[in-house]
Structure formats: C-alpha cells, structure tokens
Design a protein around this ligand. Structure first.
Ligand SMILES: [Zn+2]
Length: 1066
C-alpha cells in the first residue's frame, strides 16, 4: 500500500535523492553476498588440514612457517585446551578489574526517544507580540525581525576610547617579562623512548614474486580545493559605511583596553619575521630598545570566555531568534529548540550571511556550518523526537526533496505547501491535511516536531533502504594483530580479556533489551585466522587463510554470531587467543587483506557494520596494500612534504570505496613502535567515518587505562550505519565543500559507512545568487542512516540565518571558534596539495583580509597605528597563531610524520568545542580552587608568565592532561594532592592521583574525571614537576608563548597581523 494517490511524491523521490546506492551497486560489482557465495567454504581452493592448536609452540609455528595449502582448517582441535587458562602475565598488572556496571552507567544508551506527545512541546513560546519568535513564521516575509533584538554590539570603535596602551614603559620597565630560571633542558621528546622491548627477531625473508604496484594516490577522498588562495577582495569601496552608531556598550575588558596598539610598528614586524616560520630563533638579541607590548592589553581568551559565561549561561538559549550567535562552546547553557537546530548539532561561522557574493568576497569571512548530526545532548535535553508518517514516509517538497520543516509555508487553506528552499508548491497528502489558523499557521503546529522544531527524526520507509530491503542489524568484527610486537606489548591479552566484558555493552537503543549487533573474530599476522564461534560448537574452530592476495572468508555460518547465543564459545576463544600466540616469532603483518576480510564477511552477511582493527606495524608482508618505509624527514619543509600526507599506494582508496558501498566502517587502533605510515593506513578509516587511535610505544602498565577507556567508549557509543547526508539550502546559496571523515562519489551526497555521535561534518557555503534580508537563508541537513538495532531513519536539522546588506552585521554575528575550526580543516586538507608554508601564509593572508575589511568598512576612522578588531573576532589572531604553530602545520624537529598525519585526520572530524581546547588548552590554577563549591577556578592564559611557582595547575587539551607542580608549592597543598610533604618526593611517573580523604583531593579527582567524560578520547594524566624534563612537553601547550621551534608568541603574532592589515589598507 502506497500513500493515497493525491499525496504527490512521498515515496518516489527517495531513490532519486539517495541514488548513490544505485551507483554504488553498479560500481562495486556483484550485489552483496554474491561474491562470497561464489566461494563456498569448502572448495578446491583450499584443502582442509588439521592443526593441533593445543600443541606446542614449535608445532604451531611450523604450521605457519610454510603452509602447504592456502587454507588450513582446524576443526574441534581446540577441545583439548584448557578453558579458563590464565592470561599472559603482560596483561596482569593493574588489569583484572573487570569494568563493573557502574563504569558503564554513564554511557548507557539513552532510552528510545518517545513518540512525540500530543501535548505541546516544552519549548512552546509565549504568545502575544513575540509570537513570531517562538516558531517559524507562517509567512516568510513576516515574523522574524531582520536582526535579533538584543545584538551584542561590536565593540569599541565607537565606544569610549580605551586607555592607550602605549605608555607601557612605566608599567613594564623590563622589555621582556622576567622568566623563571629554567635548567638546561634535554631535547624535547614527544614520547618516551621504547623501553623494555626486546630486539625483534630477524624478520623472515619476504618471498619475492608478487609485484606490487606503487601508485601515488592523489588525495584521500576528493580534492575539491587545491589551495587556500583567497579571492582578491577587488576594489574595496573608498569609503565604508559610517561608523555604526550602536556599537557602544559591550562590556569593556576588565584587564584594560587593547584597541590602540601604538607601539612602534616597525620594530615588531622585524622581530616577528625573524622568529616566524623559520628555524628556531637565536636568543632574543637585546630587545631593550623595543617597547614590549603589554600582554594584558591585548585581547584575552580567558576574558572573552568568562564574559560569555557571565552573560549567557544564566538563561536558556532559544533557537527561534534568527541570526543570533549562540553562547561560546566554553559556556554551559541549556537550549530550547524553537525551530532551529541546537548549537550542539550545528554551529555556523556567521549567523548573518552577506546578501551578495561580492560582499562575501570582500570580507573573506568563510560561510560554513560545523554539523554534528548525531551529537550526544546534555542530560537535561531530550533527544530528537522520532516521527512516523507510516507507509507513505516523510512529507517532502516535490522538486528539491527537502523534508517537511517549520519553514514550509502552508497555503490554500492548508491543502498545499510552498517549499522554503525552492519555492515549489506541493500538495499536502490527505492524511497530513490540517486547517490553518488566522495567521496561516497549521493548528497542529506545536503537536508536530517537524512543524515546530529545528531537529527531529523521521522513520524511513523501505524506499529509503538499500535495494528496497529492510536492513539487517549491523555487525561488529574484531580483527586482532597477533604478531610478535602485539603479543609482547600485552595488547593481545588486554584486548581479549576486555572483550569478554565489553561484548555485553554493544550499542542498543533500549538498555533493557539485548543488542542486535552480531560479532565475529579474526586474528592475523602474515596470514589470517578466522574463527567459527557457532553456539552449537563445543569449542571454537580456527580456519587459516594464507592466500592473502586473494582474500575471502572461509566460513559463513558461525562467523557472525549473537553474543548471548555463543557466549561460551566466544569466551573460550578469547581465553585461548593469547595462549595460542604467546610464543609467536612472526614479526610481519598484512593490513589491506584484513580490511578486505571484514568487508567480505559483511557482504556475505548482507549487513552494514564496523571493523575494530588492532594493529602494530607497517604492513611489509607480501600482500595487497603492502607498504614500505617512506619516512623522510628531509622532505619536511620542502615542496615535496605534501607527498608524505598522501597515501603511499592507491589500493586503500579503492578499498575504502568498496567499504563505503557496503556500509563497512573501520576503526583502527594502532600500537606502533616505529613508523607505520598513518597517512596510508588511515585512508580507509577516514573515508568510512571511522576513528583512528594511536598508542605509541604501548606498554600494558602505563597505557592500558587509556586504551581500554577509548575502546569501551568506541564500542558502546551511539552510531548510525550506512549513512548518507545531504545538505539543502534555500535559493541563493549552496553547499560547495565538505570536510570530515566520509566519502563522496558525487558533489552532493556525503556518504558515511558509519557516523558516530562524535563526528562532525563541516560544510562550506557559497553564493550562487543574491540573498534577501527579509527571507534570510535556510539550511537543512538530512542524514539517512541505519540505527544500531537495524531501523532506517532520517535525522533532520534545520538552520535559518539572517542575511545582511551591511558588513557590520556580518562582523557582529559571527563566531570565531567556528571560523577557526573551519580554517583548520581547510588548511589541513590543503596540505595534501600545497607546501605547508603556502598553506600557513594563505591562512595569515585571509585572516588579515577579514580584519582589514572590518577596519576599512566598519570601524571609525583612526590612526593607522591602531589595531582595531571586531568584537566577535578579537581572538582571531591568538587562535590563528595556535593553528599556525600546531604540530601539523609547524612541526618541531622531533615531531614524527605519523603524529602529524594522525593529528591531521583527527582534527578534520572535530567539533568546535574539541578544536577550541585542542588549539587553546584549558589551564586551571588548582591552588585557587574553592573546595566548598562546585565551581572551577577561573582559567589562566596559556603562558608561562601566568604560572606561579607556588601553584598547581591542570592543563587540558582534549587529548592530554597535565598536572604542573610549582617548585615552591606549599607543603599543605602537596600533602592534600599527592600525600607527600615535599616537592622532591612527588613521583613524576604517577599516572593517577592517590585517593586521599580530604576535600581537596576529592575535588581535584572529580575535576579530572569530569574533564575525561567530556571528551571523546580518554586523557592520560601526566604529572609535570617544575624544571623536570617533562616540562618541555608541557610548555609546548603554553600557546601564547614563543615555542622552541620558531612558533611566534601571541604578542609578536598580533604585531605581525597588524602589519599585514596595514599593508592591505595602504
Ligand atoms: Zn523545494
């Protein structure tokens, strides 16, 4: 039964819009299942041969040494093994405490979103004059004001003149702030040297023979952007608009003004150029003649963050006011969905888009949205409602296929609606008909999420399913490297032990119900071992596939199983794996065949899913996707540097494409002791919406806590499978570019084999026509995905922004944190095609243009010696400098290429909160902590001169957590935190704080815990004693300071930006 005949097109459009399935099917050969079925488990390609797994190590390695046939089947030989054998000792210390249920309670999936109640949504707006704010207007022309009523004015230019900062000689007699003496530090080491690893046994000679084509793949996914080269602003109007009258009144900076930088402009740029971009500078040559710019007189990130908290955390942020920037990511705030998506889902660079592309070009402000479609909301916010329109499916526009949303305008008494995106008129299906009230609004408006809220979900019909078939529940496949390094480091034992518990926490939507996710297991080194864990077996069976050049799955029945049915067999297997490989001498691994195997297994089972690969080394064994060590530090800084971030061979790009077509998401856990070529190994994870985790020099004792917490979170987190995201826009703008972990086979559909709650997709918009101030601009992001219980759904996020004809409105309503997030992703991708220096220069240039345009068109006339920054962008220089100094764009001499490649892909899928703390770490003075309240101490700026020798500080980057202890810290403080009376007695190797029974210790441990739960990755705690050698690593994160590899200080960089701006203006 279809929808009623009058319903227009509800069912037909799906295949057109999500037509990629057809393409994928066509591109990827036989339909799922066919390939696997061509190879029955028993065929002439391999001869079953019994292998006694319970035999000695010698027997075992013989079996793998030179397998006579491509496949050896092991049947029932495991029966003789001891079940419940002890784990290898490597995993024992500190382990063995299985995660109790409490550890999981915080991440138990939220209960299934209830159907939308008939009652009014909680966010019902007040009636009366403000009616038009509460919900989208029935008429596009009426309703929203052109600008929010309470705009923050953009600052100082027209306001009271800030005290000049140019009399610093009095306040700052010394040219450079006095720095505490630092002992001669040893060279910076990003990680401890590998300790305790025996030398690897000689690798067996690789068989010569199979030719491997080494092609240089051009780019990871698509190369839509070649460089950051900004468009020329062209002729700026000679006279800008008059000074904005309403620009007074923004809370002045507590620490004084910065608006006038009347320092000697000649001096700084020279000093700056010396330090910037080049090799580490020589010791500052007597800057006594220079007047040091007062750091307290330049914009302070802490001040901005605290002001925002003070002004905006008090009352909920209502999304109904178009064009209003939300509170900063550092502010805790509640959201009331009044027709636009919560900032937890969508953040924009600009909430007032320029009306014309000329204006946009002139300002150079990027127009982009950072979208986190499946974001986990704070506990006090309800997840999006699920709307079920029955068999006819969601209501959509006939022409552009936009989904029903609060901005659709009902006409002709409610019988038709006009699309807010393309203006096409579509008939309302009879079952969806409703009368309109006197304002033209449907009377059921507030009873239907899709008519009143910014975010909601639709239950998708079979038309939205691949091959018009309801999807199978997804599967998780665990593929574990069992080569020498993997076993010796303890990784194999830890993974197997953990999985026994973790399998009870597979994702599910209702915590009361068992998860539908099936599981499978593979181990590998140079060959692959598949395991039959069928519930009817007494013992697991192993099948070895050594023909890695032509990978296939040797068993179908019994490979993917339900945990509850096969629990006994699975536990037996997980007990045995560490034993079986305990004495392995195999050091070589394959990698691509491992992914291929998981992919084929999903194909055979005709389902989507996720591969968890635990891998240690560069795959040098003879196999498809074999890699060579190409780490060449000499290329860093040259025009050829970009090649190091491109995949080494094209094989992985093609494999990724196949994975995406099947909905096979790949998560990669790396445990490298040396170069593993992250740039190449990460191609499939990055293209399939997966994650990469890296534990360099992994040692069970020091790293398992971090690894296990990452693994637990990764396995349990809410995610969608086999997803497609489409961003639609109203006339005048369109989505032109996308950044994140996904694959695109055409220019509009963002394909995500997996999409989890932590992943963001950044979308850039460009004009293709003039925009109107009255109607604003509208964005609708629709994500079609399969939930973890196999339900096909659509998640919709709507976002309306203002359009402005005055540049000042643009500058008043933008968000610097989001702009930085966008610029970073843009720059990090540009590294694939341009020299790093070019990328950095382009960033500086574009930001200078943004600020110069403001100065020229929006600020009141003033002397050229003044640096005038828009209020919303006054932190652009400091944050930009952090991006420029990041390890990816400006590595220290000992930053490994793998680290850079790892961070590059990591940042590319970060949301705004993560990128913010990553580039400008949070630094808390713990000695100022008030143990009587829940509040955190106010953070201090990331600069050494803000550290007190008597203090204790916590620094958080989202990936690292440091506890810095000043050499003069009070005895009582040390006793409370570390349980020792003296600085010298603090153990710098501790990885967790002692549990002490005093309020100070309790509160500090609580803070550490809460920081960890806020971030997608577990942060290991490092204790840094002042003047200890670890302090060099810590200082790397004091991002306002000059760093050891030539990165400029904030003060110097601000002067440099000022010079750039002046040049643009003259
Ligand atoms: Zn339309």
């Amino acid at each position: 039964m279809r929808g009623p005949p009058t319903s227009g097109t509800p069912s037909a459009p799906a295949p057109q819009v999500y037509g990629h399935y057809k393409q994928s099917d066509a591109q990827n050969g036989p339909p799922p299942g066919a390939a696997a079925l061509q190879r029955p488990p028993v065929s002439q390609t391999y001869t079953p041969a019994a292998v006694n797994l319970s035999g000695t190590q010698a027997t075992y390695s013989q079996q793998f040494g030179a397998p006579p046939t491509s496949v050896q089947q092991v049947t029932n030989q495991m029966a003789g093994m001891q079940v419940g054998a002890a784990l290898p000792t490597t995993a024992a210390p500190g382990y063995g405490v299985p995660p109790v249920s409490a550890a999981y309670t915080s991440t138990v999936p939220p209960s299934f979103p209830p159907a939308f109640p008939g009652a009014l949504p909680p966010s019902r707006p007040p009636t009366g004059p403000q009616l038009s704010y509460g919900a989208p207007p029935p008429q596009a022309q009426s309703g929203f004001p052109n600008a929010p009523p309470s705009q923050p004015s953009s600052g100082f230019p027209g306001g009271p003149a800030p005290p000049p900062a140019s009399a610093p000689s009095q306040q700052y007699p010394g040219p450079v702030p006095h720095q505490p003496p630092v002992s001669q530090p040893s060279p910076f080491h990003a990680a401890p040297p590998p300790a305790g690893f025996p030398p690897q046994p000689g690798a067996p000679p690789s068989p010569a023979g199979m030719p491997v084509t080494q092609l240089h793949h051009q780019s990871m996914s698509q190369a839509n952007h070649v460089s950051l080269g900004p468009a020329q602003p062209g002729g700026m109007p000679p006279t800008g608009p008059p000074p904005q009258p309403g620009m007074q009144g923004y809370p002045p900076q507590q620490n004084g003004a910065f608006g006038q930088m009347r320092g000697p402009p000649q001096g700084y740029p020279a000093a700056y150029q010396q330090n910037y971009g080049g090799p580490p500078p020589p010791p500052a040559p007597a800057p006594a003649a220079q007047k040091r710019l007062d750091p307290d007189a330049i914009p302070s990130p802490i001040q901005v963050i605290e002001d925002d908290k003070a002004n905006k955390s008090g009352e909920p942020f209502t999304t109904g006011v178009r064009g209003q920037a939300p509170p900063l990511v550092t502010t805790n705030f509640q959201v009331r969905d009044q027709g636009n998506a919560s900032p937890h889902f969508v953040r924009c660079t600009a909430y007032n888009m320029p009306c014309t592309s000329d204006m946009a070009k002139q300002s150079q402000v990027p127009l982009a949205a950072v979208i986190k479609p499946l974001a986990t909301l704070p506990a006090d916010e309800a997840p999006p409602y699920l709307v079920d329109h029955g068999e006819s499916g969601p209501i959509r526009c006939n022409r552009c296929k936009a989904y029903m949303c609060p901005y659709m305008q009902f006409i002709e008494g409610g019988r038709r609606f006009q699309c807010a995106f393309c203006s096409c008129v579509t008939e309302v299906p009879p079952h969806y008909f409703q009368h309109l009230d006197h304002t033209g609004k449907r009377v059921d408006c507030y009873e239907r999420p899709e008519l009143s809220l910014g975010s909601y979900e639709f239950l998708a019909t079979v038309d939205y399913c691949k091959n018009n078939k309801v999807p199978q529940p997804p599967a998780f496949i665990f593929l574990i490297d069992v080569s020498y390094n993997a076993v010796k480091s303890g990784m194999v034992g830890i993974v197997c032990q953990e999985l026994k518990t973790l399998l009870d926490y597979l994702p599910r939507e209702n915590p009361e119900v068992e998860s539908n996710v099936r599981v499978g297991f593979v181990t590998y080194n140079k060959v692959l071992h598949f395991y039959n864990v069928k519930s009817t077996l007494a013992q697991p069976q192993m099948m070895v596939v050594s023909d890695v050049a032509d990978m296939f799955v040797p068993l179908l029945d019994g490979f993917l199983v339900s945990v509850s049915e096969s629990r006994v067999v699975i536990e037996s297997l997980l007990d045995k794996i560490p034993e079986m490989f305990a004495d392995t001498r195999e050091t070589e691994t394959v990698f691509a065949p491992v992914i291929q195997a998981g992919l084929d297994a999903l194909k055979a089972a005709d389902c989507a899913g996720k591969l968890f690969i635990f891998h240690t080394s560069l795959p040098i064994a003879e196999a498809p996707g074999k890699l060579k060590n190409r780490e060449d530090k000499k290329l860093v800084g040259t025009d050829k540097e970009k090649s190091l971030f491109q995949p080494q061979v094209s094989f992985y790009g093609n494999l990724a494409k196949e994975c995406v077509a099947q909905g096979c998401c790949v998560d990669l856990f790396l445990f490298p002791n040396q170069y593993v070529d992250v740039a190449t190994l990460a191609v499939v994870p990055v293209s399939t919406g997966g994650s990469v985790y890296k534990y360099r020099y992994f040692q069970a004792q020091t790293d398992q806590e971090r690894f296990l917490n990452d693994l637990r979170r990764d396995v349990q987190k809410q995610m969608g499978f086999d997803a497609v995201m489409r961003v639609r826009t109203s006339t005048g703008i369109r989505a032109t570019d996308f950044f994140g972990s996904f694959y695109m086979s055409n220019t509009t559909d963002v394909e995500l084999a997996g999409l989890d709650c932590d992943k963001t997709v950044t979308v850039e918009f460009r004009h293709d026509d003039k925009l109107s101030e009255e109607t604003g601009a509208l964005i609708q992001c629709a994500v079609l995905y399969t939930s973890c219980n196999g339900q096909r759904r659509l998640r919709i996020h709507n976002m309306a922004v203002n359009c402005c004809a005055q540049l000042a409105d643009l500058y008043r309503n933008c968000e610097t944190d989001t702009i930085i997030n966008f610029f970073t992703k843009y720059a990090y991708r540009s590294m694939l095609s341009s020299p790093t220096k070019t990328v950095r220069d382009s960033l500086v240039n574009q930001c200078a243009q943004i600020l110069a345009c403001y100065r020229k068109n929006c600020a009141s006339p003033s002397s050229a010696g003044q640096l005038i920054l828009p209020e919303c962008m006054k932190l652009l220089p400091v944050y930009l400098n952090c991006v420029l100094k990041s390890d990816v764009l400006h590595p220290a001499a000992d930053t490994s290429l793998d680290d850079r490649a790892y961070l590059r892909q990591l940042v590319s899928a970060m949301d705004v909160a993560e990128s913010h703390v990553f580039f400008y770490p949070r630094l808390l003075p713990l000695h100022k902590m008030d143990v009587e309240t829940d509040t955190l101490p106010v953070a201090v700026r990331d600069s050494e001169e803000r550290l007190s020798k008597g203090g204790l500080y916590l620094l958080e980057t989202g990936l690292h957590l440091f506890l810095w202890v000043g050499a003069n810290a009070q005895q009582e403080l040390l006793q409370n935190v570390f349980g020792v009376p003296a600085f010298g007695q603090i153990d710098p190797n501790m990885t967790s704080l002692p549990v002490l029974d005093n309020p100070y210790s309790k509160k500090l441990r609580g803070i550490v815990e809460s920081f960890r739960t806020q971030r997608p990755r577990y942060m290991k705690l490092l204790v840094v004693k002042q003047e200890d050698k670890l302090e060099l690593i810590f200082k790397h994160f004091l991002v306002e300071d000059k760093n050891g590899c030539g990165g400029a200080s904030y003060v110097d960089f601000l002067c440099h930006m000022h010079k750039e701006i002046r040049q643009l203006l003259s």
